[in-house]
Design a protein. Structure first.
Length: 265
């Protein structure tokens, strides 16, 4: 029996406890990492599996740093729950909800995005405005490590000046409102709202560690059955590898795992 098969069997046993949820990050987990944010697309075989699991699993949720509009367009499945901007907004049963405190930050974030776009006019630095937050990408630069330092030099004072949170991900720096929301709190809310007793979560990056830690603490408190599956890559942060209950290799590993899961459930 292969590793993927063992992980799938464990995940399937958790998802037999009802009500259950299968929750996942998007970029680097369901979608391969590509040079530009706008080129990302869900892996077609993963989309098929998620579509066929809808109805068999009580809640399938995508919890992402992207905006809801963006990720819904890229996934294109209406039966899912979408949680965007690292937990500041959600779309569930066709209803969109946003953290009202986050709305106050929209004009300021837009202004900062415009400022950054003119300051870093190289086409290799991409400023992605997501209404409630913004991302500055440097994957396409010739020397990402050096550009990251330059960007941090500019973004750290800006974050301080505007009281924004600065977070880092895979060749990206993000500015977010100073609101105590992250993928962990978003997942805890979802568990509470939908009365979930079992959750499997998949993710590849630092912001996913919040969700994995939240699951670990709810499991330790005896509240839920849970399993965190990390996606291994050259860019995987060490905290993800430490906190995940199991690891699969890249988006291909996720696709293989979900296909196994479909057969087992
Ligand atoms: O929480 P996630 O769903 O993983 O979103 C995190 C960020 O992902 C996107 O950026 C990442 O993917 C890009 C496309 O593959 C890649 O070019 C970039 O280097 C990655 O950081 C997205 O653009 C961001 O808005 C998300 O916050």
């Amino acid at each position: 029996m292969g590793v993927i098969d063992l992980i799938a069997r464990r995940a399937a046993s958790i998802l037999r406890v009802r009500p259950c949820g299968l929750c996942s990050d998007f970029d680097g987990t369901l979608s391969r990492i590509v040079p530009s944010a706008n080129q990302a697309r869900i892996e077609p075989s993963i989309r098929d599996v998620l579509e066929s699991l809808t109805g068999q699993i009580d809640v399938i949720a995508i919890i992402t740093g992207r905006s809801i509009d963006d990720v819904r367009r890229r996934v294109g499945l209406d039966g899912l729950v979408y949680i965007g901007n690292h937990g500041l907004e959600r779309w569930e049963h066709g209803v969109y909800q946003v953290d009202p405190d986050a709305l106050d930050w929209v004009p300021r974030i837009q202004k900062i995005a415009e400022e950054l776009a003119s300051r870093f006019s190289s086409p290799a630095v991409e400023v992605e405005l997501k209404a409630l937050s913004l991302s500055v990408h440097f994957r396409r630069t010739d020397d990402p490590a050096a550009v990251e330092q330059q960007l941090l030099g500019a973004l750290e004072p800006l974050a301080k000046q505007h009281r924004l949170r600065l977070t880092r991900g895979r060749m990206v720096i993000e500015l977010r409102p100073p609101i105590d929301r992250n993928k962990g709190t978003a997942l805890a809310d979802l568990i509470e709202r939908r009365g979930l007793r079992a959750v499997v979560f998949l993710g590849d990056d630092r912001t996913d560690v919040d969700a994995m830690q939240m699951l670990a603490s709810l499991r330790a408190a005896g509240r839920i059955e849970a399993m965190s599956i990390g996606v291994r890559s050259d860019e995987a942060p060490s905290e993800l590898v430490e906190v995940a209950d199991a690891l699969v290799d890249g988006v291909e590993g996720v696709a293989a795992l979900l296909e196994h899961l479909r057969r087992l459930l």
